[in-house]
Design a protein around this ligand. Structure first.
Ligand code: ATP
Ligand code: MG
Length: 454
């Protein structure tokens, strides 16, 4: 989508933009409100995105109708923020957020726009004409990629410190330059971040992480003291390296890795967390052991953050698997057994993510060429392994729990699972062992004595 040149836009009730870009399910809601005698405007991120040449993601409306009137007009309305006059109209194509401003006419919508956070978010498009209402110069700021608050930065950030995180998110997603007044006002409102619902912080952070300008956004947050509040684990990483002049210290490397990761949330989160535990080095332990301890520590730190952000369990588990099994830089000496163990630990669904993370990690560090070559070799070795369909799950073994119980005269219990786990390790080491009789002989030789005790 091409950005619209808005140089001709007048500041108030200006350019006729039309509503062609608005999908039918949104237009139908606007039409219904309008025909029922209410004013209705398209507002929020959809307009910002449209004028920036990006496809709008979600649709927000502002109307003179009250929440109860909206509930009367539409069959499926969810009162999400009724105290702020916000309801959600459910449609098959997605939910539409509608905010009530009460007073009809120009005064009402102008007051509504005056309450919005940033000038680029304080635009409204009228229905049915499709005329732009831009009382705070948002279109001009959009053109200059500039993020300014509607009104005084200090008081607007103080009023709702979530706006600080929203500023970081808009920088991360659109690369906007944040007006110096906004950056300067942040420190006075930092304490207020503690009072924000964690889900709201999470939502802004996840959007930021998916942005194209993620490292700029994190750097801005670090400089303004926001990072210490929302992701102290990463900020600590940065302080540890403060004296380092290396362009690839752990903090910067982490940001580059997120930046170089594909736009898939679990890879980007794994990239963000993959070095959080890189401080553990146990004296006397080998390199491999230390690496495994570090990955465990990073996975732990990842869990702490995602749990704090109340993220879905499945996503937490997936990201932890990626972090725990993050591929180190030197895999040339890995044997087939080690590869199969990795594949079993990660599983086929996360394999592409793991390799993409490894790629991002390598292009975000030094000695790229050599390690990219090595990663390519690893990729082809993995695909050879996958083609041979190794028994990655316990369910792929040539015998099951009942076979184990029969062979060893065991009753059901955790021991059966442990033995299956051991068999799985044998078979990952040597797939040729995955034959029922061979495995039964093996377990009888190793665990035969156990059966007497059970
Ligand atoms: P997205 O594209 O992610 O939906 P958005 O700007 O539409 O971005 P929403 O959370 O959907 O974000 O909010 C819709 C609109 O409501 C914003 O554009 C802004 O005008 C206003 N808004 C949202 N949060 C705040 C806030 N904390 N303070 C003031 N206005 C806000
Ligand atoms: Mg929105």
């Amino acid at each position: 989508m091409e950005p619209i040149d808005m140089r001709e836009t007048e500041t108030l009730y200006g350019k006729l933009c039309g509503l062609d870009f608005v999908p039918n399910h949104v237009l139908e809601i606007m039409e219904h409100l309008f025909h029922s005698g209410f004013d209705v405007w398209l507002v929020g991120g959809a307009l910002r995105d449209f004028f920036s040449g990006q496809a709008p993601k979600d649709w927000d409306l502002a109307t003179s109708a009250s929440p109860s009137e909206i509930m009367r007009l539409f069959p499926r309305v969810i009162p999400v923020g009724i105290q702020h006059g916000t309801v959600r109209i459910h449609t098959a194509q997605g939910d539409i957020e509608v905010t009530t401003y009460g007073k009809p006419g120009r005064e009402g919508i102008l007051a509504d726009l005056g309450r919005r956070d940033f000038t680029v978010n304080a635009l409204a498009l009228s229905y049915p004409e499709g005329r732009l209402l831009d009382p705070h110069g948002g279109s001009e700021d959009l053109r200059h990629h500039l993020l300014k608050t509607v009104g005084n930065a200090r008081s607007r950030l103080n009023e709702d410190p979530l706006r600080i995180l929203r500023a970081g998110r808009f920088l991360g997603v659109y690369g906007y330059r944040i007006h110096p007044n906004v950056s300067a006002a942040v420190k006075d409102s930092l304490a207020g971040i503690d009072g924000i619902a964690v889900e709201r912080i999470r939502d802004e952070m996840l959007k930021l992480i998916m942005g194209k300008h993620v490292e700029k956004a994190f750097e801005w947050m670090r400089r303004c003291g926001v990072l210490r509040k929302v992701l102290p684990e990463l900020e600590r990483e940065c302080r540890r390296n403060r004296r380092s002049s290396c362009p690839f210290d752990a903090y910067r490397h982490t940001l580059y890795t997120v930046h170089n990761s594909p736009f898939r949330l679990r890879v980007r989160l794994a990239a963000l967390f993959h070095r959080l535990g890189q401080k553990t080095s146990v004296h006397g332990a080998g390199r491999r052991e230390n690496r495994s301890l570090n990955s465990q520590a990073s996975a732990h730190a990842a869990f702490a953050v995602m749990d704090r952000w109340r993220m879905p369990q499945q996503l937490i588990q997936d990201v932890m698997i990626l972090v725990r099994n993050h591929i180190p830089r030197n895999t040339l000496r890995w044997g087939g057994a080690q590869l199969r163990r990795l594949l079993a630990a990660v599983g086929p669904d996360l394999l592409e993510d793991l390799l993409d993370l490894a790629y991002a990690d390598r292009i975000s560090g030094n000695c790229r060429e050599k390690s990219l070559e090595e990663l390519n070799r690893l990729r082809s070795r993995i695909s050879v392994q996958m083609k041979s369909r190794p028994p990655l799950h316990i369910g792929d073994l040539a015998l099951n729990g009942t076979d184990v119980m029969q062979a060893l005269s065991l009753k059901p219990g955790p021991l059966v699972g442990e033995i299956l786990e051991q068999i799985h390790q044998w078979v990952l080491d040597e797939p040729g062992l995955n034959v029922r009789d061979v495995l039964i002989d093996r377990i009888q030789a190793k665990y035969g004595g156990i059966s007497q005790n059970k």
